[in-house]
Design a protein around this ligand. Structure first.
Ligand code: B3K
Ligand code: ZN
Length: 869
């Protein structure tokens, strides 16, 4: 992105020339437009450089009605205006600025600023959506106390909400009414929120540790209240957890969540008024799977945790995004581990890194956790900033110890309360509190790319020597990487799998180094990087016997799973190579058969862990093992290995399915969710055999199911088994849940991922289906995302029809929702990672986009994909 004229650079940061103490907003919501009157008390920033006098107000797609300073209207020659806002000059040290703008939420399909989602008017301001509401310095280091008055028709918009506490409300002229909200905490404008609508509500209260009652409310379109109980319970659990774990008590009298159907991402942590995508609020067992339940719980907690990590202490500029996101994801991860199977929760996190973040870090969009430049900030809400950012926090926590780290986070929050700060400020606070030296560790924030650790070993005379080398591949703009400070957990076991010593955490800091263990009777089995103590790729040759033993006996569930993954990967990569070379497939490796025998004969008590240990690495994982991804070979190899396992272990898998079959009423808890997960995995294996028996069984499961998890297990098992059973289950599904858009997303995904027939034509047809809606991002992600990710063979079809479909729809979408279009363009950006003919087809799609009129969002992604080619 270097060289792009509109890029912003971290190095160019300048403090704001003026600060705003108070913001008074008045929203006059009318049927055809909304008029916003903003009154600000402004003063010169004492920290601004001498002589700096120009002041930038950002504003986009606004009708400027009036602008005045201290009551005197400014003529058009009193300011300079450009595409993104206006500049004021010759300003006094203190003044009042009044700006009146008009916006049109009904025609704002970007879902940024003030927009309509069905009957609800709502806002989305992060990162820079506030500048679509009024002219304002739309940057997080300008923090002000907001008072918001909303007036609207009382019948159309009976509910009026904004941040903070409601201090006044009442009737107004002509069937209208108003409400006034005051937020006592200074905040950046990206945390502003407003909602107006005719909404159903679920009320509750939470009593804080110090005995204050907080009013909780969850608003949705009428008729969905019954799907909100789990989100409410999750909110209360998160509030209690943050008190118990970090001593952080909620700080306002009310906490509101509003669920809206059209939302570009998961949710938004606006102060006291979170706005959520319905997909991350609604959870009822008839319409949501166990995974949906867990996701709702974790996203509700994540947004709540932002109240401190993000809102009370915020980011100085958007390059610091991971300051709040990495830390909040880390807190969310801790919360999730405390509320589910700890091992499997960590496995999910590790898998997310390996399946999504490592590929991003190896592709054209690789960027440091603290990026150096961007064109469109919304393109940088990435797994690198979020998930890798959380892994960096986790590394510090491991080095400090969890309690010391918790105290350090508290120290950071106390020290910077009410401020907009940097990642460096955070690292300094952690050093101050823990005494850790994080000098070298800081490079993790500055460099992109996944370090690779290569471990060699030698055992002589009771001494084990591990030689460990690290290196990190070049990434765009960063040819050379330093050695990183890498915490690596190691444990040793004897041949029987008995632990030989407590696990230790070593800190690797050199390009290569040696670690020794003395006094060993015989060569031990080494369990390295257990739990993924650092976001690195490990190369460590271990034989099947060692991996089988670790799989059965390692004391860390994540390490057990990882040993299984290594065993599967060995077979899978051999199969890919064999298929690629001469279209043959080797038989199952005897070591893998033995390991699975042991696993099935003596499974872990944690059912969810068993399910994970039985699950083959994803096709992404397999592709990652190769320089160039051969989509066809990877797909074929994975199916072949799955089928071979299903054949070899048919009896055991059938027994497993029987032992874990649905029974009793649905409960969402660790044990029951684990049981359902094993059942689904077993059914999935059995379906690889394509027999009448499995078709009938899956249909029976579908018909008998009282919950969405079992229904989806059945539908997934039938996915590649066309015929009457599949038709019947799918027809029932479409009819039964026709009025549940989020369930219809599951249906769209099933349709998009169906391989038989002409999938491209089917998806094109569904674009016109009444169940599809281009203006709703959930629908778009389900159908188009579901097609690209869920149906790789059709998407990567030889004739290019899959690529053409994606290209068409990106262009259509880019005209009104650039954020979503850019995300879809990201799917073809890493074309250089693919083998031919896929690479050329993906690249051609990018070239086609490049030649079109594009938003900055999509252009930035396309340019990254085509750089150096
Ligand atoms: N902070 C928001 C994400 C905003 C994304 C803007 N494109 C939700 C979250 O991370 O909690
Ligand atoms: Zn967040």
């Amino acid at each position: 992105m270097t060289g792009n004229p509109q890029a912003k650079y971290r190095a160019d940061y300048q403090v704001p020339t003026f600060l705003i103490d108070t913001v008074d907003l008045d929203f006059d919501i009318q049927a055809d437009a909304t008029r916003v009157t903003a009154t600000h008390t402004v003063r010169r920033n004492p920290a601004a450089p001498e002589g700096a006098s120009r002041w930038r107000l950002d504003g986009r797609d606004l009708r400027l009605v009036h602008i005045a300073i201290d009551g005197a209207e400014l003529g058009v020659d009193a300011y300079t205006q450009d595409d993104g806002g206006l500049w004021l000059d010759n300003l006094a040290d203190r003044f009042t600025l009044t700006v009146v703008t008009e916006v049109d939420p009904d025609h704002n399909l970007s879902l940024e600023g003030l927009y309509r989602s069905g009957p609800i008017l709502c806002t989305q301001c992060e990162a820079t959506g506030f500048s679509r509401i009024t002219y304002f310095p739309d940057r997080p280091d300008v923090m002000a106390c907001f008072t918001t008055r909303i007036e609207a028709d009382a019948a159309t918009y009976p509910i009026l909400l904004s941040n903070g506490n409601c201090i006044d409300s009442g009737p107004a002229q002509a069937g209208r009414h108003y409400a006034v909200y005051e937020d006592p905490f200074a905040k950046p404008c990206y945390l502003f929120a407003l909602v107006a609508g005719d909404l159903g509500v679920l009320h509750d209260t939470y009593r804080t540790g110090s005995g204050r009652d907080v009013a909780l409310a969850l608003y949705t379109e009428h008729g969905n209240e019954a799907q909100c109980a789990h989100a409410m319970a999750s909110l209360k659990a998160a509030m209690a957890w943050d008190e118990a774990t970090y001593g952080l008590e909620y700080d306002l009298d009310q906490f509101l969540i509003v669920a809206v159907a059209s939302f570009n991402m998961g949710a938004m942590e606006n102060k006291g008024l979170n706005i959520f995508n319905t997909a991350f609020v609604f959870a009822h067992h008839e319409t949501a799977t166990d995974l949906d339940f867990a996701r709702v719980r974790d996203v509700v907690a994540h947004e709540y945790f932002h109240n401190y990590t993000g809102n009370r202490v915020t980011c100085r500029d958007w390059f610091q995004l991971s300051l709040k996101e990495g830390l909040t994801v880390y807190r969310e991860h801790q919360f999730a581990i405390d509320h589910g199977s700890p091992g499997v929760t960590r496995i999910d996190q590790v898998r997310m890194m390996r399946d999504v973040q490592f590929p991003e870090d190896a592709g054209p969009r690789a960027h440091p956790v603290r990026p150096e430049s961007y064109v469109e900030m919304n393109n940088f809400y990435t797994v690198t900033v979020y998930e890798k950012g959380a892994e960096l926090i986790r590394m510090m926590a491991q080095m400090a110890g969890r309690d010391a780290f918790t105290r350090a986070v508290k120290h950071y929050l106390d020290k910077h309360d009410g401020q907009a700060v940097t990642i460096e400020d955070f690292v300094v606070a952690i050093e101050e509190s823990t005494g850790l030296d994080l000098g070298q560790f800081r490079d993790w924030y500055a460099y992109a790319g996944t370090p690779r650790l290569t471990v060699g070993r030698e055992f002589i005379d009771g001494r084990l020597t591990l030689s460990i080398a690290q290196s990190t591949p070049a990434t765009p703009g960063q040819p050379d990487k330093p050695a990183f400070d890498i915490p690596m957990a190691i444990a040793l076991f004897d041949k029987a799998g008995t632990p030989l010593a407590e696990p230790t955490l070593v800190r690797l800091t050199q390009p290569s180094e040696r670690i020794t263990f003395d006094g060993l009777e015989s060569e031990p089995i080494v369990s390295a990087l257990r739990g993924m103590t650092a976001p690195v790729k490990l190369t460590f040759e271990q034989n099947t016997a060692e991996l089988t033993r670790l799989m059965a006996r390692d004391t860390d569930p994540v390490a057990r799973w990882d040993a299984a993954q290594s065993l599967y990967m060995a077979t899978l990569t051999q199969s890919v190579v064999a298929y690629r070379d001469d279209e043959t497939m080797p038989g199952l490796d005897s070591g893998l058969i033995e390991a699975l025998d042991v696993l099935l004969a003596d499974p872990p008590a944690d059912r969810a862990l068993l399910a994970e240990m039985l699950t083959l690495p994803s096709t992404t994982q397999i592709g990652e093992a190769f320089d160039r991804i051969d989509v066809g070979a990877v797909e074929t190899a994975r199916r072949h290995v799955k089928q071979a396992i299903a054949e070899r272990f048919e009896t055991e898998l059938a027994a497993l399915a029987d032992a874990h079959a649905p029974s009793g009423v649905y409960v969402f808890d660790e044990a029951e969710a684990g049981r359902r997960r094993v059942f689904a995995v077993a059914l999935d294996y059995l379906s690889a055999r394509d027999t009448d028996a499995i078709r009938e069984r899956a249909l029976r499961v579908y018909n008998a199911a009282d919950n969405m998890t079992d229904r989806m297990a059945a539908l997934n098992a039938l996915q590649r088994l066309p015929g009457p059973a599949r038709d019947s289950a799918r027809a029932d599904f479409a009819e039964r849940f026709a009025d549940e858009p989020l369930v219809m997303d599951k249906w769209l995904r099933l349709q998009a991922a169906t391989e038989d027939g002409d999938a491209v034509a089917r998806v094109r047809g569904l674009l016109d289906d009444r169940r599809f809606d281009f203006t709703n991002p959930n629908r778009v992600r389900a159908l188009l995302g579901g097609f690209v990710r869920g149906n790789p063979l059709a998407f990567h079809r030889d004739d290019g029809a899959g690529y053409a479909l994606l290209g068409d729809e990106i262009l259509r979408l880019d005209a009104f929702n650039p954020q979503l279009a850019a995300a879809l363009a990201g799917l073809v950006a890493p074309w250089q990672r693919y083998a031919e003919p896929y690479a050329q087809g993906m690249k051609d799609t990018l070239l086609r986009l490049q030649a079109a009129e594009l938003s900055d969002n999509t252009r930035e992604i396309v340019a990254a994909g085509l750089a150096d080619s």
